[in-house]
Every structure is written in structure tokens, then in C-alpha cells.
Design a protein around this ligand. Sequence first.
Ligand code: IPE
Ligand code: IPE
Ligand code: MG
Length: 254
Amino acid sequence: MTGADASGLPGEARDSVPRHVAIIMDGNGRWARQRNQPRHAGHRAGVESVRRVIEVCGEQGVEILTLFAFSSENWQRPRTEVNLLMELFMMALGREARKLQRNNVRLRVIGETTAFPEKLQQRIREAEQLTASNDGLLLQIAANYGGRWDIARAARRLAEAVAAGRLQPEQIDEERFAEATAFAGVPDPDLFIRTGGELRISNFLLWQCAYSELYFTPVLWPDFGRAEFIEALRDYARRERRFGRTSEQVDLAG
Ligand code: IPE
Ligand code: IPE
Ligand code: MG
């Protein structure tokens, strides 16, 4: 290995920067509990981690960042926590949209957003419109998202196209299916990170993570800083992605 450059990544690792990073931001509640604070203090602290990873993505040349902010199962939490998460989302969108705009970040919210309060939906539309023509980092926030919801909706969309005579069943292949999901036109995640120590996918990306490199860390989301993210990127750079081939074939294609 050559020495790390100022960016913190070893020189030869820079070709191995993932194009698309997806993160399950978990552990806010435990972070707060460790400090004898209410769970919402953890969610607030988590917003700071979001800012940091967006910054590092920009510096390292990651093109797409997908963050799991609220799952389709999170409605089952106490009403007060759900309301607080909605408020936090509102505030963060209001406060950060201009900053994203200045930093050439394009924001997209994926998930069943029609279930959100109308004011929040409006703010999402505004932030998406404000940043729509940016061509830097694509930031996708998965909110009221579920992997199974995405797959079921894709199946329904295709079935509707068949019923309307616009599509033949035999035209449905993996490519066309992928285009019917919320990730149409976006490459699959290369690196899939979960903070907070749980070793599960919790209904995040199911179709799209078929060949993602998985990275689990016990670090709680509010503690996931620049150094922890760089470490995940380094770990990714050391992986050999074979996609079913042999190591020798990968070396030859090198
Ligand atoms: C993740 O942190 C944030 C959301 C799910 C919105 P948690 O709130 O799940 O934190 P833990 O897992 O209880 O520590
Ligand atoms: C997954 O975290 C959802 C988000 C991070 C938004 P959870 O904390 O809700 O996951 P489970 O239910 O413990 O698996
Ligand atoms: Mg959790």
C-alpha cells in the first residue's frame, strides 16, 4: 500500500470508489438512551451524520447516496415518535434545501410519500424542484419506503401495462422490471452500509442489493463520522467483486 493521501484513502483505492452507496441509518434511539436522553435527541443528532456523509460523498466522488430515513414499518412506533420524525424531516428539508442547491446536490425522495402530511409532501416537491437540474451528487432519501412495497408496485405497474395492451408478458425481463421500481435509471448500490449493529436488511433495498457489497458496523448512526465512513469506503476498496466469475477471470479483466 502506498501512503494515504489527504483524502484519507490510499492512492490505489481511488479507482474503487463505489458509484452508489446505500445506508441504513440505525442506532439513534440507543445513542440517546446511552446519554439518558429522549429518543428524539438521537434523531436530531443523526441529522448531523447525514450532513457529514453527504460531504464525504462529494469529496470522494460517490455519485449516488441513498439513505433509509423512515421505513414502511416505522409507522408502528409510538405516535409521538412518528410525529417527531415527520417534524424533523420538515425542518431538515426546509433548512438544508438551499445548501444542497449551493452544493450542486440533486435531491429525490423515494417511497410512498402520499401517506405523509400534505405540508410535508409540498416541502418535498419544492426541495426536489429546487435541486432538479443539479448534476453533482444524487441524494435519494428513502421515506416510507419498503423493498417489498417497491417490488409489489413494480409488478402492479407492469401488470397494468399488460392489461392496457402496451406490454407483452414475454417482454418482462430483469431490466424492464428494474425500470418499474423506484430506482429506474439509477445503478444498483455498490456498497450497502448498516450502522447500529443489527445484521439484517429490514426491508430496505431487496431487488437492488442483489450484488451490493454489505458492510455492517456496530457504530450508532449519530457516531458515524467522517473516519467511520472513510473506513467503510476503504473496506469496499479491498473487496473483490466477482459477479459469479472466478478470481482469475476478474484479474484478467482487471
Ligand atoms: C434509526 O434509529 C432511525 C429510524 C428508524 C428513523 P432507531 O430509531 O431505529 O434507533 P435504535 O435502533 O432504536 O437505536
Ligand atoms: C430500519 O431501522 C429503518 C431505518 C433506519 C429508517 P429500524 O430500526 O426500524 O429496523 P428494525 O425494525 O430494528 O429492523
Ligand atoms: Mg433501529
